[in-house]
Unconditional design. Structure first.
Length: 292
């Protein structure tokens, strides 16, 4: 009896070791999307009064957990009963990620940013509405990125048992949520920590200098994350096309993988921008006709 019990414990320990290995591989594969998720949500959780940043972030975190509770079982069921759908969902997701990345570049290059004063004034005047809009936008983006995270994680363990697939994908989903939103929480509180250090030191000495660094670093970090996240989106999209479309995988075999995937992501994104604009115009015309 005792030997059987310890044998079960040994099997469980071996299974957990295997899950740790597969989860590590899957997390590396999804690092690009996690970086974008981090950048997006750091931006979404800033711009509010200090007392509202954490409540806004907590609302987004809860939405992210719900997203993954919905997505994980659906992805596992599809893999069991309709596995070919996984590849097509990945490719469709790759098209969306490529579009989002290229659209951000176009936005930066050709669209004027809104004046900061007007944006801040609008947020302060309509605080509740701004919160709801940002939370909804963040949760929607998180849903799409979560689909990619879960499916890419699942793609790394397709040759494993169903138990291994369930455990690996679940671990990656939890790590993605806790890791991303934990780091975002630290980022959005950087300026508050800086102000406290400045106040505590009476704006003198080492602590004051550290406080000023934290305050000044926050917008720079958010901008850097935005750039890194945009590049990551395009690279992840290119990687999806390179690994899931046989024809593309076999062209230019000597080209560096980084260059090839970046080029694939950019080309797909540029093709998707006019398609997305056309779809938006069609929906806009339907809305106008309905309002008449």
């Amino acid at each position: 009896m005792a030997s059987g019990f310890f044998a079960i414990l040994d099997d469980i320990a071996a299974l957990m070791d295997d899950v740790a290995v597969t989860a590590k591989i899957a997390t590396k594969k999804t690092a690009g999307i996690l970086g974008d998720d981090l950048a997006v949500n750091a931006e979404k959780a800033t711009g509010f009064l200090s007392s509202r940043e954490i409540p806004v972030l907590w609302a987004i975190t809860k939405g992210s957990l719900i997203n993954k509770i919905i997505i994980v079982p659906i992805a596992l069921l599809l893999n069991v009963f309709f596995p070919i759908a996984i590849k097509y969902i990945l490719i469709l997701g790759g098209l969306y990620l490529a579009y989002e990345g290229v659209e951000k570049i176009i936005e930066f290059l050709f669209h004027r940013p809104k004046p900061t004063e007007k944006v801040v004034k609008k947020v302060l005047e309509r605080d509740d509405e701004a919160e709801k809009a940002k939370v909804k936008s963040a949760i929607t983006t998180d849903f799409i990125l979560s689909v990619e995270i879960v499916i890419i994680a699942l793609g790394t363990v397709l040759d494993k048992s169903l138990t291994m697939q369930i455990l690996t994908v679940s671990v990656v989903a939890i790590l993605a949520t806790v890791g991303v939103y934990g780091i975002v929480a630290l980022i959005v509180r950087m300026d508050d920590a800086g102000f406290k250090l400045i106040k505590k030191s009476n704006d003198k000495g080492f602590l004051s200098g550290l406080g000023h660094i934290l305050v000044k670093a926050l917008p720079l970090i958010i901008k850097a994350l935005g750039v890194i996240g945009t590049i990551a989106l395009i690279l992840v999209a290119g990687g999806i096309f390179n690994h899931n479309i046989d024809y593309i995988h076999h062209i230019f075999p000597t080209m560096l993988t980084f260059i090839k995937e970046l080029a694939l992501g950019l080309i797909a994104g540029l093709l998707m921008v006019p398609v997305a604009l056309g779809i938006k115009k069609i929906f806009a015309s339907f809305k106008k006709s309905d309002s008449r």
